[in-house]
Design a protein around this ligand. Structure first.
Ligand code: SAM
Length: 447
């Protein structure tokens, strides 16, 4: 059968009515021919002119930017960031939406994902349908909270720091990222040039004055002498490979870790390892998880994908010496930090490796309480089924992707665990990301 070669539609413009928000920081619209458009920089209900950025005739969908607004939503604001807009910085998705509207858009996305992928209404998910702002983040129209305590700057050919453009390796030079936390901005990274450097990761710890910069030189590039506006520890990432970043990090000067304060303890986090980015996130998530799990003295608990031990520590305090906690984490450095952070608890054990491989090997067949906080891909069917098989009283699922959460909920449901209560938090203001804490319990015979 003869098929016409597909022609690129990049640069084509269409006038469209913008439909609902979709997962990923865009809204859905259709061309007059019925082709689906994922439109950035628009809001539901608006009439806009879009310009196609990706896609060709016959494609399942096109990507496009709203380049002219003909009929604006009441939720639209002038983007406070001068680097935001079509073709510019890809760091934020909702600069053009009022703060309350951003949270409503995220709530719509969660509602849609739960419905489409797990067949659940908000009520069935035990959720009041709202996305809660973190304390202190209720800013006015046209303002954005400065929340990012970790920022990975990319550096362009001229050595200027910036952030990557949307779905691109190109760098948008930025001299002040509005969502960077004051501790990051104060380092002055945006005010100097970084010759021979590919990325500069800036970390401003919460509750301590620790600051850290992790530099990745360009291939063959030399490390500059780093003098910043205030004392920092500097690390050099020698290797950075794809998604499963294997990073050999060398200390240049200062400590190879930062100390974060959360949940009444100090946490050592080494070499740019995982820590919640929003300064209020660790406290908020611990509170939501503990409220949902209701740990008691003597309970046995699992903290899966445990990082440097945040939930394991909170659980250990509550289950006491008659209880026990097992954490599992795949990053070697994070495991060392977790063991260090929780060394004063005799009944906490941290195992190194992937949950799906380590858990079957532990021989543990029962647990009273389980926390899981997997990466974006979620836990998957095998792990969900295994966890349900341990017969816990309650499971707390901390999810940074509502789609992965919804998929995993179907596996838990098939294994007899159903939603009891859910909360959603705006821990990534101005971006499309959102965090959910879902509490699951065994399905009761009475429904
Ligand atoms: C979202 S973070 C959560 C960390 C911790 N709960 C916290 O709040 O600080 C996910 C963690 O899972 C780890 N990880 C990723 N895949 C894993 C796997 N298959 N098994 C165990 N840990 C994994 C990552 O290294 C990361 O520390």
């Amino acid at each position: 059968m003869h098929r016409e070669p597909e022609a690129s539609l990049v640069g084509e413009e269409y006038e469209v009515e913008v439909g609902p928000v979709a997962h990923g920081g865009h809204c859905i619209a259709r061309t007059e021919e019925g082709q689906v458009l994922f439109v950035r920089h628009a809001l539901p209900g608006e009439r806009v002119v879009v310009r196609v950025t990706e896609g060709e005739t016959g494609a399942r969908f096109l990507r496009a930017d709203a380049v002219r607004v003909l009929d604006a939503s009441k939720d639209r604001v002038e983007a406070p960031c001068p680097f935001s807009g079509p073709g510019r910085c890809g760091g934020c998705d909702w600069q053009h939406a009022a703060p309350g509207a951003q949270r409503r858009l995220k709530a719509e996305v969660i509602t849609e994902q739960l419905h489409r992928l797990a067949g659940l209404t908000p009520e069935q998910a035990g959720w009041d349908g709202t996305v809660e702002p973190a304390p202190g983040d209720k800013v006015g129209r046209g303002e954005v909270p400065a929340w990012r305590t970790r920022v990975q700057y990319a550096v362009d050919e001229q050595g200027r720091p910036g952030l990557r453009r949307h779905r691109s390796h190109e760098v948008e030079p930025v001299d002040h990222c509005l969502i960077a936390a004051p501790g990051v901005t104060e380092l002055g990274i945006e005010k100097r040039e970084w010759p021979q450097i590919e990325t500069v990761e800036a970390i401003a710890a919460t509750g301590s004055s620790d600051r850290q910069v992790v530099l990745t030189p360009r291939p063959g590039g030399r490390l500059p002498i780093v003098e910043l506006d205030r004392p920092v520890s500097v690390l050099r990432a020698a290797e950075s490979r794809g998604r499963d970043r294997v990073r050999l990090v060398h200390r240049v000067h200062g400590r190879p870790f930062v100390r974060e304060r959360a949940a009444g303890r100090t946490w050592r986090v080494g070499e740019g390892g995982f820590w919640q980015v929003h300064p209020k996130a660790a406290d908020l998530l611990v509170e939501a998880v503990m409220q949902g799990l209701m740990p008691r003295k003597g309970h046995t608990a699992l903290d899966l994908y445990c990082g440097v031990g945040l939930f394991a520590g909170a659980l250990a305090e509550r289950v006491g010496e008659t209880g026990a906690v097992l954490g599992i984490e795949s990053s070697k450095r994070a495991v060392e930090d977790a063991r260090h952070n929780l060394q004063d608890f005799d009944r906490v054990r941290i195992e190194h490796g992937k949950v799906e491989q380590v858990l079957p090997r532990t021989g543990i067949t029962e647990a009273d309480l389980i926390v899981l906080d997997p990466p974006r891909a979620g836990a998957g069917k095998e792990t969900a089924t295994r966890l349900a098989g341990m017969g816990p009283r309650r499971i707390a699922y901390v999810a940074c992707d509502p789609a992965a959460l919804a998929r995993d909920l179907t596996y838990f449901a098939a294994a007899g665990y159903v939603p009891r209560r859910m909360r959603a938090f705006d821990l990534f203001p101005v971006t499309h990301h959102v965090e959910c804490v879902m509490i699951l319990e065994p399905r009761r015979e009475d429904g």
